[in-house]
Design a protein around this ligand. Structure first.
Ligand code: PMV
Length: 319
């Protein structure tokens, strides 16, 4: 049996603008993970099992776009294997689905890791190759993904990311002061592909306006990187508020997300913004130990379906 995992992720700055080549920052959610397990069987076919949604498919007749089947087929193709000995692939995840926490990318990465391990294909385990393969599967579901999700879930580091050709810019961010965030789930599910498609239509109709909005988000992400690297928490909070304002102007916020960000700030957070595609999904807020409890309560009182806490740990740098 081979088991592997991959973490969820959250975008801190620059969603949407990142699709148009502006910088963005994201971090892994290492305590929320997708898990894949491969158990050899004597059955006639490869079985794909997702117990949490009570679904099971045989690979040979799984729907064409089934993400688990797509991942197994991509693996076979990359290894030049036309057949695999039968096995059961079981997938479980702590990451809420359709909520902007990278659940799809994490599941794909966990499956590819378990397959590579089980069938002894270590060349597919290097981060760059794995990330590129996860991207292939993401494209089927997201249309034009920027590549930030697959990158963060495979590198599992806080990253500064710019989508560009021929290679994306991927830089690790050094965290000098631990940062504590709360993630508030709006309880409204959001389809990234639909929201990204809608932003694209609006961008085509109002290019100068949207280009300015994307530029502003790009500048914020750049400033935020410096703030994280210098431990300037107050500045970082303000940049989150500014980023939220521009996302709202892009029309990707919702009344619930606006209410949650306002409630967090009113309760003493240093800043708050929606995170991910928007129009539902989640929001993220920067807190301090003395305000964390009040902010959490304010989010719940404002109707957050759930609140998660996560810390971006300060790195100990050895000379
Ligand atoms: O909703 P999520 O977390 O999957 O994030 C989407 C982020 C976008 O910038 C809107 C799209 C992308 O591919 O980067």
């Amino acid at each position: 049996m081979s088991e592997a995992t991959a973490p969820g992720k959250i975008i801190l700055f620059g969603e949407h603008a990142v699709v148009y080549g502006r910088p963005a920052i994201a971090m892994p959610l290492s305590h929320l993970r997708a898990k894949a397990a491969i158990t050899p069987t004597k059955a006639a076919d490869i079985q794909l099992v997702a117990p949490q949604i009570q679904r099971q498919w045989a690979l040979s007749n799984a729907p064409r776009n089934n993400p688990l089947a797509l991942t197994v087929r991509l693996f076979m193709q990359r290894c030049g294997l036309r057949q695999l000995p039968p096995f059961t692939l079981t997938v479980n995840s702590d990451i809420p689905i359709a909520s902007g926490m990278g659940s799809g990318a994490a599941i794909t990465a966990a499956i590819l890791r378990s397959l590579s391990d089980h069938f002894d294909q270590p060349h597919l385990l290097d981060k760059e190759t794995l990330s590129e393969m996860v991207y292939e599967v993401e494209k089927v579901h997201h249309g034009t993904p920027s590549g930030i999700d697959n990158t963060v879930v495979t590198y599992e580091r806080p990253l500064f990311f710019v989508r560009r050709l021929p290679h994306n810019l991927i830089e690790t961010i050094t965290v000098t002061q631990s940062l504590r965030f709360l993630i508030g789930m709006s309880g409204e599910s959001s389809q990234t592909k639909r929201v990204v498609g809608d932003v694209r239509r609006r961008w085509q109709q109002e290019k100068p306006t949207f280009e300015k909005l994307f530029d502003a988000c790009g500048r914020i992400a750049l400033a935020a990187r410096t703030a994280v690297e210098k431990g300037e928490v107050h500045n970082l909070g303000q940049l989150m508020d500014e980023n939220h304002h521009y996302l709202d102007l892009m029309t990707v916020s919702s009344s619930k997300l606006n209410a949650l960000t306002k409630a967090a700030n009113d309760a003493g957070a240093l800043g708050a913004k929606l995170s991910g595609a928007g129009r539902g999904g989640n929001m993220i807020t920067l807190v301090q130990p003395e305000t964390e409890q009040a902010v959490r309560q304010a989010l719940l009182d404002t109707g957050a379906a759930a609140v998660y806490a996560t810390t971006l740990q300060r790195e100990v740098i050895f000379p």
